[in-house]
Design a protein around this ligand. Structure first.
Ligand code: PMV
Length: 329
């Protein structure tokens, strides 16, 4: 029986976004970012020793609830080259079959690169431990390594809030530590513009001037709001921030957009809901058409109200709900 190790990692959704890099080769961000980990949306990676020559990627098929991404040749190479970087750092020799899968749709703005690269980093470390090559590595150290594969993956080593400024992310403890998450899945098709391309393209937007300052100021507001459990301020800052990122995309040269009419409509309904009720979810979008909502746990009845309005108006959407409220809709 060949040696097999396995690891899982959550996706994460940033409220202050990583968009724009100071170094593309090392994934160094133009600004600090802050995210919430989505423990119900995970990737799994298995690594198995092989006597064949060279590492190879395969889709993960066996695990219940996980389906394999259809990784392009380029995507497979990127994944394996991160594995080779990790092997070198951890002193691992030999060849391996690397299998990966997600329990949610890939490449449509649900940050599958974050969860899959973080799971790969954890799996390489599990292998190094199994071979007694590595002592204790902290999550912060693993986060620094994971950043090299995909920037946003460095925040997926943590549960809850994670803040990434330079080398890697760190966990943040705010009073709001138990939140529910709804993903409104509007489009699960593979996106045309990858996030790596988006990081480059945004720098051509006239709005990119001042972006670092805007994101830095917003991060300070967000952290203050989270410290004070000021939910309305968290909502306002998050709304401003994802609209800023999408405006960068839409004013790039050449321009591109991930938003569709439904994402715009849902954003407007959430704003109207807040005006009417003086309460509502925190809304954000990643580099995709889908809409993410975060809720406090005491908001179940308004969540039911808003989400039934959404599904009445757009019956074809799918809701992916975090475990706490999974059977409540
Ligand atoms: O890690 P990357 O290169 O896939 O960057 C993705 C960045 C966004 O998801 C668009 C925003 C973020 O901070 O997660």
């Amino acid at each position: 029986m060949n040696l097999v190790v396995q690891a899982t990692a959550p996706s994460n959704i940033a409220l202050i976004k990583y968009m724009g890099k100071t170094s593309h080769s090392e994934n160094r961000p133009s600004n600090a970012s802050l995210s919430w980990s989505l423990k119900h949306l995970t990737s799994m990676v298995q690594v198995e020793f092989t006597s064949d020559k060279g590492d190879k990627w395969e889709p993960l098929r066996l695990e219940e609830g996980y389906h394999a991404p259809s990784l392009s040749k380029k995507g497979q190479q990127r994944f394996l080259s991160h594995f080779q970087f990790l092997k070198k750092k951890m002193g691992i020799s030999g060849s391996y079959i690397v299998r990966s899968g997600n329990n949610f749709p890939s490449d449509c703005g649900v940050a599958s690169s974050a969860s899959s690269f973080a799971a790969l980093t954890k799996a390489a470390w599990a292998l190094a431990k199994e071979k007694q090559l590595s002592g204790i590595m902290t999550r912060e150290e693993l986060s620094c390594l994971s950043r090299h594969g995909s920037g946003s993956s460095c925040r997926s080593l943590f549960t809850g809030w994670a803040r990434w400024e330079n080398e890697g992310a760190k966990e943040c403890l705010y009073p709001l530590q138990t939140l529910e998450h709804t993903l409104i899945l509007l489009d699960d098709k593979k996106k045309d513009i990858s996030s790596s391309e988006a990081h480059k393209r945004v720098t051509t937007s006239l709005k990119f001037k001042g972006r670092t300052k805007r994101a830095t100021e917003r991060l300070a507001h967000l952290e203050e709001a989270l410290q004070n459990s000021d939910w309305k301020q968290v909502y306002k800052t998050s709304l401003e921030e994802f609209e800023d990122m999408h405006e960068l995309f839409e004013t790039s040269n050449p321009p591109f957009s991930y938003r569709n009419q439904q994402s715009r409509d849902i954003t407007r309904w959430v704003e109207e809901f807040w005006k009417l009720h003086e309460d509502g979810p925190v809304i954000t979008m990643d580099a995709g058409a889908n809409v993410h909502l975060l809720w406090r746990q005491d908001q179940l009845s308004i969540a039911r109200q808003l989400l039934s309005e959404v599904t009445d108006r757009c019956p074809e959407v799918r809701l992916l709900q975090s475990p706490g409220w999974k059977d409540s809709f």
